[in-house]
Design a protein around this ligand. Sequence first.
Ligand SMILES: Nc1ncnc2c1ncn2[C@@H]1O[C@H](COP(=O)(O)OP(=O)(O)O)[C@@H](O)[C@H]1O
Ligand SMILES: Nc1ccn([C@@H]2O[C@H](COP(=O)(O)O)[C@@H](O)[C@H]2O)c(=O)n1
Length: 201
Amino acid sequence: MLIIGIAGGTGCGKTTVVNQILNELPDGEVGVISQDSYYKDTTHLTKEERTNINFDHPRSIDFDLLTTHLKDLRNNTPIQQPVYSFIDHNRTGDTLLTKPRKVMIVEGILILTNPELRALFDIKIFVHADTDERLIRRLKRDISERGRDVNEVLTRYQTTLKPMHDQFIEPMKQYADIIIPNNKYNTVAIDIVRTIINERL
Ligand SMILES: Nc1ncnc2c1ncn2[C@@H]1O[C@H](COP(=O)(O)OP(=O)(O)O)[C@@H](O)[C@H]1O
Ligand SMILES: Nc1ccn([C@@H]2O[C@H](COP(=O)(O)O)[C@@H](O)[C@H]2O)c(=O)n1
């Protein structure tokens, strides 16, 4: 199994890059795990307490479960990937049966911060987009897809998102094998990654 980790700040285009990579590859040959599915279970908290969680700090992620699941997949064992709701700030209780594939992609803002998880990646990719570009994309996406308003996104950006990005996410570039510039759609980089994957299929 080839395991590819794709990191980068919020709004840099990780999900879009993954979808572009999957396009034109044979259906079902490449599996995807999102770090977002592994936000810690917050059922014991009130809605207000959940809203106040710092979702950009590594401690918000259940790295133990994510690492265990990736090792299971590597050992050819299917996993039940949790399903996460950005509206409720919690796992939904549903799971998604995820089967081992020849190639697995793991994507998320913090996936390179955990040494044990990082060591499982054969290829580490960091997607880069400038800060202003990422904020604009995040604003538009969170309002249209994640039930947020302008004030909420900007407050979160100032209080946690930007400081956490500078402290935990940007420094992870040092571990990247490939950095994809993604201020604009980067078809050349996508083709290169797809070629690497095709060699393993
Ligand atoms: N290269 C790009 N140029 C313009 N918009 C982009 C680009 N990549 C992604 N987007 C848009 O930016 C938003 C955030 O992208 P997404 O892939 O969800 O980022 P991430 O998963 O890194 O948070 C989406 O609305 C997406 O369509
Ligand atoms: N309940 C939550 C959980 C996370 N976030 C934000 O999601 C961002 C990571 O996801 P991307 O798709 O943007 O990589 C992260 O910056 C968290 O702030 C949230 O808003 N609500």
